[in-house]
Write a protein that binds this ligand. Structure first.
Ligand SMILES: Cc1ncc(COP(=O)(O)O)c(C=O)c1O
Length: 351
């Protein structure tokens, strides 16, 4: 198979023709004036802070900071209501319900399949190898003419490892649909982001999020990086004001304290290795898998019993014991030093 990528033929025909909603602020982008164009409340808000004006639909102030940080122009950045929003929009843009298909590599992040299913889009599966790597041969044997998107999660959730660069290159070179590389956990890894390869591969889409390293899961802001043409399409089909005003304001202030993010990442990485060392000492732990993320996948002799016991101690971890290749495993997010001590203390008295 050779890559014949052509965005126009990949998109759903009616999306290409779509006339997007034109918001009031599309017509005038200045910040000064008497704004009588959007049926807002001119007096103020019921809250202490004023939120009576609609937010910037394209989040230009934020993109002006993120662009230079990531080495891309603003027209290659899309911001979504979490990275879950671009996951949904990419399917909407390309997949005809009941006809087109996407491909995932289990075990992986659950929303790729859920989002596809919401749109009545079939999901093909090319499971990872036993060492959690991409099986390129299996991927290409699953790809069909109707396959529009292949999802690659690196570092992968729930396994925690990064997917080989050569395998992703092999996929990008030979697959004519979109390859979406989800880098939600990239800040915890030493791997280089695929954003730097966007010029090389027009079919490459990179997802990142403010929910993990930046500590802003509650704000719901995710990033999508792609060709200008694809970003234009995502902007056309998104809800007009998809990032709220408080989220934009909080994010702008967060972006000015980059050092805080870096300090938190270092702390989490230190805690991750400490937690790994201690977990490996427990007799009922069979394996702690290598991790490039802010969690550890841990195989237990009896995961169900450990899960139940931890819940009794109000410690909540993620049960992945029924997931393919993760049999007997729990996924444990790295907590604060105190939380990790409490977890280990509880586990030490488990019998
Ligand atoms: C791999 C992966 N991608 C995307 C997301 C969604 O993140 P967001 O909070 O940006 O929607 C998650 C959340 O856990 C994730 O694990």
């Amino acid at each position: 198979m050779k890559n014949n990528f052509d965005l126009t033929s990949l998109l759903r025909p009616h999306i290409l023709k779509l006339a997007p909603y034109s918001s009031a602020r599309d017509e005038y982008t200045g910040s000064e004036g008497i704004f009588l164009d959007a049926n807002e409340n001119p007096i103020g808000s019921v809250t202490d802070q004023n939120y009576n004006r609609y937010p910037d639909p394209y989040q230009s102030a934020i993109k002006s900071i993120i662009g230079p940080m990531k080495g891309v122009t603003n027209d290659r950045i899309f911001l979504g209501n979490g990275s879950d929003e671009p996951i949904d929009l990419l399917i909407r843009a390309t997949c005809q319900p009941g006809k087109d298909r996407v491909l995932i590599m289990p075990p992986t992040y659950g929303m790729y399949e859920v989002s596809a299913s919401i749109h009545d889009v079939s999901v093909d599966k090319a499971p990872l190898t036993a060492d959690f790597q991409m099986n390129l041969e299996a991927v290409f044997s699953e790809i069909q003419t109707e396959t529009k998107i292949v999802w690659v999660c690196t570092p992968n959730n729930p396994t925690g490892n990064s997917i080989s660069t050569q395998a992703i290159e092999g996929l990008l070179n030979r697959f004519s649909g979109l390859v979406v590389v989800d880098e939600a956990y990239i800040d915890f890894s030493t791997e280089e982001s695929w954003i730097s390869r966007l010029d090389e591969f027009p079919n490459l889409v990179v997802l990142q999020t403010f929910s993990k390293a930046w500590g802003l899961a509650g704000l719901r802001v995710g990033m999508c990086y792609a060709s200008t043409e694809l970003i234009t399409i995502l902007n056309k089909i998104k809800p007009p004001y998809n990032i709220s005003l408080p989220a934009q304001k909080a994010l702008l202030s967060g972006l000015s304290t980059m050092e805080r993010k870096e300090a938190m990442v270092l702390e989490i990485l230190k805690e991750r290795e400490e937690l790994r060392k201690m977990l490996e000492k427990l007799s009922f732990v069979l394996e702690v898998f290598p991790s490039d993320a802010n969690f550890l996948l841990v195989r237990f002799e009896d995961a169900k019993a450990v899960m139940t016991y931890l819940l009794e101690n109000t410690i909540i971890v993620r049960d992945r014991s029924k997931v393919y290749l993760c049999e007997g495993c729990l996924r444990i997010s790295v907590g604060t030093a105190e939380e990790n001590v409490a977890l280990l203390k509880a586990l030490e008295s488990f019998s």
